[in-house]
Design a protein around this ligand. Structure first.
Ligand SMILES: [Mn+2]
Length: 347
């Protein structure tokens, strides 16, 4: 059960307060930050929303401009000191996807499993629900606080994005919050935000990435051999999961001196966060939810194993996945003789 909102408010009083999202914030992170900012504002606590990395996607940028959400990039932060308080939303300090700013991370509101244990938060509300927006909305609901339509729309959009329209990681609380937000939200606006998932200038890259898929026993790999944003990799990973023969997808691209990963699972037994964390532990790091996760691997460590980096990456994942019995899987050493083992390739 979460700590009381009043504890958070008491904690923040008299401090300069920042709400920090994960890097390259997505709709859930931004909606959570915005909903929390409006909520704290009702208790006369002023906050600045900050983040590292661009707001990349049209579907995210549309929401920010529609609601005039004031987001400050870390490079534009002028006044933050080590005395200032930071609340991290949709992320936890110590994770690879959040820049360590100089302020003091006193509070966390998140829905990600805890991978790096940092236990000195003064306020912690981490719940395994479909979105961080769910938790923020729950504060309004529990404490009967008036919610403007803009906040309801943003939070409902965040909830829909993270649960992929209520098809992944959904809990009873998410459903309850849906019925709480629905009458307050502008559902036409949500449709408008959602319609920009793939941008026109990405169409070629999108088609290319579909040509490069390799599938082994339901596990798909796609290497995106061109510059693409984090959000684009995630979109491709989501999309590949829609292919009928795929139930686990690993999409990756080159970044500076490494590889950036986006991983999705639709099989209960295959925990995406745990699998990325295990697969990349010697070459980088990773983590996330049961159904969606991400990671990073150092290029030199991958190339140390073999110059054929695609094979190395495939093996790192398949070696972990092969140890986990799951639906639609044939253990490697126990293949019946009359079954032809083939590598499926989608051309
Ligand atoms: Mn989220």
């Amino acid at each position: 059960m979460s700590q009381k909102l009043s504890e958070l408010i008491d904690l923040l009083k008299g401090h300069r307060v920042y709400i920090q999202t994960h890097n390259f914030p997505d709709p859930d992170a931004i909606a959570s930050a915005y909903g929390l900012q409006v909520l704290l504002g009702k208790f006369k606590i002023k906050t600045v929303i900050c983040h590292h990395g661009n707001i990349e996607r049209a579907m995210t940028a549309n929401m920010v401009s529609e609601f005039q959400i004031d987001m400050t990039a870390d490079s534009e932060l002028k006044y933050m000191t080590s005395e200032d308080y930071i609340i991290t939303v949709d992320s936890q300090k110590g994770n690879a996807n959040i820049l360590d700013l100089i302020g003091n991370e006193v509070a966390v509101i998140d829905h990600h499993p805890v991978f790096c244990v940092v236990d000195d938060y003064k306020y912690r509300d981490i719940r395994m629900v479909g979105s961080c927006s769910t938790i923020i909305a729950d504060y309004y609901r529990q404490y009967k606080i008036d919610m403007p339509s803009s906040v309801a729309t943003a939070l409902l959009y965040g909830l829909k994005c993270d649960t992929r329209d209520f098809t992944r990681g959904v809990t009873q609380l998410d459903v309850d919050i849906y019925s709480y937000l629905f009458p307050k939200a502008d559902n036409r606006l949500i449709r408008h935000f959602q319609s920009g998932e793939i941008e026109y200038n990405e169409l070629n890259a999108f088609v290319d990435s579909m040509r490069n898929i390799e599938v082994y026993d339901g596990v798909a790999f796609a290497f995106l051999n061109f510059y693409c944003t984090d959000a684009f990799i995630a979109t491709i990973s989501d999309f590949i999961l829609n292919v009928d023969v795929v139930n686990f997808s690993v999409v990756y691209t080159r970044r500076n001196d490494g590889f950036k990963f986006s991983v999705r699972s639709e099989i209960e037994e295959l925990n995406a966060g745990q699998i990325v964390s295990d697969a990349l532990k010697d070459v980088g790091s990773g983590g996330g939810h049961k159904s969606m996760a991400g990671g990073y691997a150092s290029e030199s460590k991958i190339l140390d194993i073999s110059i054929d980096y695609n094979k190395v990456i495939q093996n790192l994942f398949l070696n972990i996945i092969d140890t986990i019995p799951h639906r639609g899987y044939t253990p490697r050493n126990e293949v019946p003789e009359d079954v032809e083992v083939k590598v499926e390739k989608v051309d």
